[in-house]
Design a protein around this ligand. Structure first.
Ligand code: AMP
Length: 540
């Protein structure tokens, strides 16, 4: 096992979660196999490239897992996964897990700056990429990254994984043997944190709790094997894996996997009779799409996630009769979902309630362990059967309370409505930009920009954007010589930084706004750029 153990859930707590029937005793691969055996002829996944039943996906991934093991990859070896929403991505996901490997969820958009750091931090042994992605040769990139890498051994290409030449029973026996050696409380997957400090933090997700996260989500949405679950947002991300892959597969349902473009997604979602879908902020315009009425006819449950939802949007999304709610979730764990019986007020003013009966919420005065009264705004802190107890490889006590509650950096308030203790989201204290669901860590980008020879001071702030929600605007104090957006972006390109993090506007200013006590005043800068965008007619 290459991956070292993360901060663990205390033994008595694990006992409570197991006794309550929340944590199982199987690995994710074996949980999937059990469901596949129960629903062999159901579609497990449908995508533009084709479809696979549970039996087909199970048998295929057994042979691929053995092929991966025969390459010399061993249980516990981390594998960087850098792919998009393809049928083969789901195949590769289970093949890796069945080989006992630990997928490290990164974005196809990540570049050397991100991947070099992440893959060294986890001691990655392989790098799975997709050939022919738009705008980047990820295969060449992976080979380039592997050079001088202390642990990297294999570049794997989606759709071209080695399959063992074994009959299905022999492959199954090999996989079962690998899985018997894995503790369900070990790390199954690494997810990346949006993070609040300069480098992305790695979140260890354990077999038992990660599968439970998905089961609990499927349960609150009332999914059964008859459901056909559409997914448009990046699949190898926490929301993708939990809501799009594991949750439908935990009940024998079908994943209808599309890319993010509504024009290509909508016909597939309609043709497949999609019953449930999760729309991120970039898809809030889906109800205006010409095919939406056809889709709405089969939709039963829709979740919206990423930004506040107006009553008009709820009505437009649910016009075919679907129940529409909100999802507030994070790669660190905690999921809040609108209860299916919610009143219009509850679903509009809150993001709902935790999905597990053993989830615990505290709303604390930021930086303290003092709870604020119900109705008042404080930092959302949480603990429970699928929320992390520590990041991988680093001690970050400031991210947790003394009782192990994770400090989310989000601001929230408890609202008592219809007998529920629901949570309303009131902003955040963590310094990040939520660009259409991708989180940009302001400090990380600021440090990179400061290495530009003409940048003296810089602050990256969120500016509103009608489609993505937020984009990054850099307020820069220069050395007097002209400094343009192109200069700044060229600098980040040279540092091989993922493009979604590049500022999309630069405001050169004589000095950065500061509060009376001399701290950077990002609120004032954000207000200033919002006003400018309004005057330019970019936002209402
Ligand atoms: P990630 O770990 O990338 O899923 O990001 C988690 C963070 O996204 C949360 O801590 C929130 O700051 C933000 N977030 C998640 N869901 C919502 C939502 N429904 N509305 C607003 N922000 C959200």
């Amino acid at each position: 096992m290459t991956a070292t153990r993360p901060a663990r859930f205390p033994d008595d707590v694990v006992g409570t979660y197991r006794d309550a029937g929340l944590w199982g005793r199987r690995t994710i691969a074996e949980e999937f196999h059990a469901v596949a055996v129960a629903h062999p002829d159901h579609d497990a996944v449908v995508a533009a490239e084709g479809r696979l039943t549970y039996a087909e996906l199970d048998a295929r991934t057994d042979r691929l897992a053995v092929g991966l093991a025969d390459l010399g990859l061993e249980p516990g070896d981390p594998v960087i996964v850098q792919v998009t929403n393809r049928l083969e991505t789901v195949v590769a996901w289970y093949a890796l897990l069945k080989a006992g490997l630990v997928p490290v969820a990164t974005l196809a958009a990540h570049r050397g700056h991100e991947i070099a750091h992440i893959s060294r931090a986890v001691g990655a042994r392989a790098h799975l990429v997709e050939a022919d992605t738009r705008g980047a040769d990820l295969v060449a990139f992976a080979h380039d990254q592997a050079r001088d890498h202390p642990t990297m051994r294999h570049v794997l290409v989606l759709g071209d994984l080695p399959a063992a030449e074994l009959d299905p029973d022999a492959a199954r026996e090999r996989v079962a043997g690998i899985q018997r050696g894995i503790d369900p409380d070990d790390v199954a997957v690494f997810q990346l944190s949006g993070g609040t400090t300069g480098v992305p933090k790695l979140i260890p997700r354990l077999h038992a709790e990660y599968w439970y996260n998905a089961r609990a989500y499927a349960a609150v949405l009332g999914w059964t094997a008859a459901d056909r679950v559409g997914h448009l947002i990046p699949i190898v991300h926490n929301a993708g894996i939990v809501c799009g892959v594991h949750a439908p597969h935990s009940v024998g349902a079908t994943l209808v996997l599309t890319d993010h473009d509504l024009d290509t997604a909508m016909p597939l979602l309609v043709a497949e009779g999609t019953t449930s879908v999760l729309f991120g902020h970039v898809h809030y315009r889906a109800p205006a799409h010409p095919h939406y009425d056809e889709l709405a006819a089969t939709l039963r449950v829709v979740l919206l996630s990423g930004a506040k939802v107006s009553e008009e949007l709820f009505a437009a999304t649910g016009r075919g009769g679907a129940r529409v709610g909100q999802l507030f979730g994070m790669a660190e764990g905690m999921f809040l979902v609108t209860p299916l019986d919610a009143s219009p007020e509850l679903r509009r003013t809150t993001v709902g309630v935790p999905i597990s009966p053993l989830d615990e919420i505290r709303v604390l005065e930021p930086g303290t362990e003092e709870e604020v009264p119900d109705g008042e705004v404080g930092e959302l802190c949480c603990r429970g059967p699928y929320t992390l107890r520590g990041y991988f490889g680093e001690d970050r006590p400031q991210a947790f309370t003394s009782e192990g509650f994770y400090r989310t950096g989000d601001l929230a308030a408890v609202r008592l409505l219809d007998g529920h203790r629901a949570l309303s989201v009131e902003g955040r204290i963590k310094d990040l930009i939520n660009r259409g669901g991708e989180k940009i860590n302001a400090e990380e980008v600021e440090l990179l920009l400061l290495s530009h020879p003409r940048v003296v001071e810089v602050a990256l702030v969120a500016m509103p954007d009608p489609r993505l929600g937020e984009r990054g605007c850099a307020f820069v104090v220069g050395d007097g010589a002209p400094l343009t957006l192109d200069d700044v972006r060229e600098h980040l390109r040279a540092l091989d930084v993922a493009k979604y993090k590049w500022p999309e506007r630069v405001e050169v200013v004589p000095s950065l706004a500061r509060t009376k006590v001399g701290k950077l005043d990002k609120k004032a800068m954000a207000a200033e750029i919002t006003e400018t965008l309004r005057s330019e007619g970019v936002v209402p």
